[in-house]
Write a protein that binds this ligand. Structure first.
Ligand SMILES: Cc1cc2nc3c(=O)[nH]c(=O)nc-3n(C[C@H](O)[C@H](O)[C@H](O)COP(=O)(O)OP(=O)(O)OC[C@H]3O[C@@H](n4cnc5c(N)ncnc54)[C@H](O)[C@@H]3O)c2cc1C
Ligand SMILES: Cc1ncc(C[n+]2csc(CCOP(=O)(O)OP(=O)(O)O)c2C)c(N)n1
Ligand SMILES: [Mg+2]
Length: 590
């Protein structure tokens, strides 16, 4: 009897680090990204103990792990988890954590600290970590006792979810080793999120409907906040004959092939998107915080905004009617309170504009020039992309090309570093996407600059045999910045990149690499990549031509541009065939 009691007591003890991992499991976390250090030994021991339920994905740089966690949270809506060892490992996390902060993604960062006995003595690798993570986090604490370790992590996860941001838990090494009672019950099962948004104000809905119905050139602009309202967006657009457009991030919510969907405005945009925004006289702006709203919408347009965050209403643009409400509910109210409109010339003009734009783009998809046009690469991606494809897109001209040229469906997913815009986002996020969705097709698409910031983590893809298709667009330039230097009339300064054979480099790392210079090689590489049971890297040498700057088109002579300017622009961008939108507005009497 006594023996039984002793055993019972022994059975109820657990290492604090193991207890912490159990809390993660309660929250349905089944993998995490990081790279160990001596200061993280106790957690590495726990990860070893619990390897059947918690997969540790070893990355080659903590930034990769942190970006992976951020990208995963954005793709799945579930918390992403990453870790770094005391000092340098912790500091390496920061870039990825800032991406999560800026795109409001729930992420937990476990940060190691030297043992409590050495803390506050300027010990080897010791940093005062809390101030370092103060700005990036919504919750940022150092664990004080072994007993509280599971509870603090539990609290951190709740905070990350509630505030859609980064929670940082700093763990002194010795605390994770300590044995504690195995009796912590996490709050995971009791954490309930209710979307308790206010119902849209009826008077405001009616006012908005009146504005939209009576406008000559109304437009629906939506963002990620409306991603669950595709059906309502489409229905309202059909009912009132209003064209749709979105932020670049909300690409894919409505199928790109839909005639009513114009793409996005700005630099990462399409021609019909820019035309739609700059000529609209009434805009329904739903679930978006588009940073450049005041630059690309017609300043004289009436502006109706729907958002769940009071502080975001009017944040980027003056507002005539503001509605604090969920996008789906508000759109349904608009549908219910409005009557069908038979036809609208502005809608028809934009449908024609989009048709012209797509015809123009089509001209380049099989152009056999050296170096290749970027269009040919996206044509190959579109050809092989499956209905469930996940696209991780890097930052640069590549963002413009991806948002513009990928032909997406709502069953696919796309993500980029939206607000923080960090280069080196795509490859780590592709690792996370493949870890979360092992059966889906995953693409990482980056420029040569962004790829080389993180290419060491091809090794991670190789280690875990992830069949990611990594596309590298090698234009030997930091192209996005080169274009900015052109816009400001500067000489090209510091933007040229030396070339390398990234295909061979990838092969040397254990992936299957291709260096592609011709259209035939391009097609062959994409065909072969689909058959490989592991990562592939397709390094395509593309021309350093700037993507057509749709935000500053010069297609007709006006007060600001002579015919010679128009001719030069058309020649530089092969823009012949693109119809100025003013012509379509006249043609349709819109
Ligand atoms: C290099 C680069 C260049 C870029 N250039 C452009 C560009 O030219 N054009 C462009 O469009 N983007 C561009 N972007 C992306 C841009 O920076 C922003 O990230 C993007 O516009 C934000 O998209 P969003 O407004 O849809 O999402 P968020 O910023 O996430 O905003 C979502 C909004 O929806 C609200 N919301 C959330 N839930 C709901 C709900 N249920 N109902 C109603 N509202 C809700 C939120 O409160 C928030 O206001 C670029 C990105 C990069 C990397
Ligand atoms: C980490 C980081 N450093 C610098 C920048 C500034 N920046 C934005 S785009 C860009 C160029 C990207 O070059 P590349 O990856 O080759 O893509 P390209 O524009 O050529 O398609 C730079 C340097 C950034 N966004 N992130
Ligand atoms: Mg480049």
């Amino acid at each position: 009897m006594i023996v039984f009691l002793e055993e019972d007591v022994k059975m109820s003890k657990i290492n604090a680090a193991d207890a912490m991992i159990k809390v993660l499991e309660d929250w349905h976390v089944d993998h995490l990204f990081g790279l160990p250090g001596g200061s993280f030994d106790s957690t590495m021991n726990a990860l070893h103990n619990r390897k059947s339920t918690m997969k540790y994905i070893q990355v080659r740089h903590e930034e990769t792990g942190a970006i992976a966690a951020a990208g995963e949270a954005k793709l799945t809506g579930k918390i992403g988890v990453t870790f770094g060892s005391a000092g340098p490992g912790a500091v390496h996390l920061l870039n990825g954590l800032y991406d999560a902060k800026h795109d409001h993604a729930p992420v937990l960062a476990l940060v190691a600290q030297v043992p409590t006995s050495a803390m506050n003595t300027d010990f080897f690798q010791e940093l005062n970590e809390n101030p370092i993570f103060a700005d990036v986090s919504v919750y940022n604490r150092t664990v004080m006792t072994a007993e509280q370790l599971p509870a603090v992590v539990d609290q951190a996860i709740r905070q990350a979810y509630e505030h859609s941001g980064v929670a940082v838990v700093t763990i002194p090494k010795d605390l994770g080793w300590a044995e504690i009672e195995d009796n912590y019950v996490s709050t995971a099962d009791n954490y309930v999120v209710t979307d308790n948004y206010p119902l849209p104000d009826q008077t405001a809905v009616d006012k908005a409907v009146e504005i939209l119905t009576n406008a000559k050139r109304p437009l629906i602009y939506f963002g990620l906040g409306a991603k669950k309202a595709a059906k309502e967006l489409k229905q309202l657009s059909d009912q009132l004959k209003i064209p749709l457009m979105s932020s670049a991030l909300a690409k894919g919510v409505i199928t790109d092939a839909d005639e009513a969907y114009m793409g996005s405005a700005g630099r990462v945009a399409t021609k019909p998107g820019v035309d739609a925004a700059s000529n609209a006289d009434a805009i329904l702006f739903v679930g978006s915080n588009f940073p450049f709203a005041s630059f690309f919408f017609n300043p004289a347009a009436k502006f109706i905004q729907v958002d769940v965050k009071p502080t975001n209403i009017g944040k980027r643009h003056h507002v005539d009617v503001g509605l604090l409400a969920d996008a789906k509910t508000a759109l349904q109210a608009f549908i219910d309170r409005s009557s069908a409109v038979e036809s609208r010339a502005y809608y028809d003009a934009l449908v024609a504009d989009k048709k012209n734009w797509l015809e123009w783009l089509k001209k380049f998809v099989n152009e056999d020039q050296t170096p290749l046009r970027v269009d040919t690469v996206f044509e190959q991606i579109n050809q092989i992309a499956k209905d469930d494809a996940v696209f991780a897109l890097d930052v640069g001209n590549v963002t413009i090309d991806g948002v513009r040229l990928l032909k997406m469906k709502p069953t696919q997913k796309i993500t980029t570093s939206g607000w923080y815009a960090t280069m080196g986002y795509a490859l780590p996020t592709a690792i996370a996407a493949q870890a979360s969705y092992p059966d889906r097709q995953v693409f990482s698409i980056s420029g040569d600059g962004g790829f080389t910031m993180v290419m060491h983590d091809i090794l991670t893809q190789v280690k875990y045999r992830q069949p990611i298709i990594n596309v590298v667009l090698t234009n030997e330039s930091l192209g996005f910045i080169e274009a900015e230097q052109d816009d400001t009339g500067q000489p090209h300064s510091g933007v040229d990149l030396i070339d390398a054979n990234f295909g061979d480099a990838a092969t040397a790392l254990g992936a299957k690499g291709y260096e592609v210079k011709t259209l035939a090689e391009l097609k062959a590489a994409f065909k072969d990549a689909q058959t490989v049971n592991g990562p592939t890297v397709i390094d395509v040498k593309i021309s350093d031509d700037r993507p057509l700057p749709v935000e500053q088109l010069v297609l007709e002579a006006d007060g600001n541009h002579t015919q010679a300017d128009v001719d030069a622009f058309v020649k530089q961008y092969h823009a012949d065939g693109l119809i100025p939108f003013s012509q379509l507005l006249n043609q349709f009497n819109a």
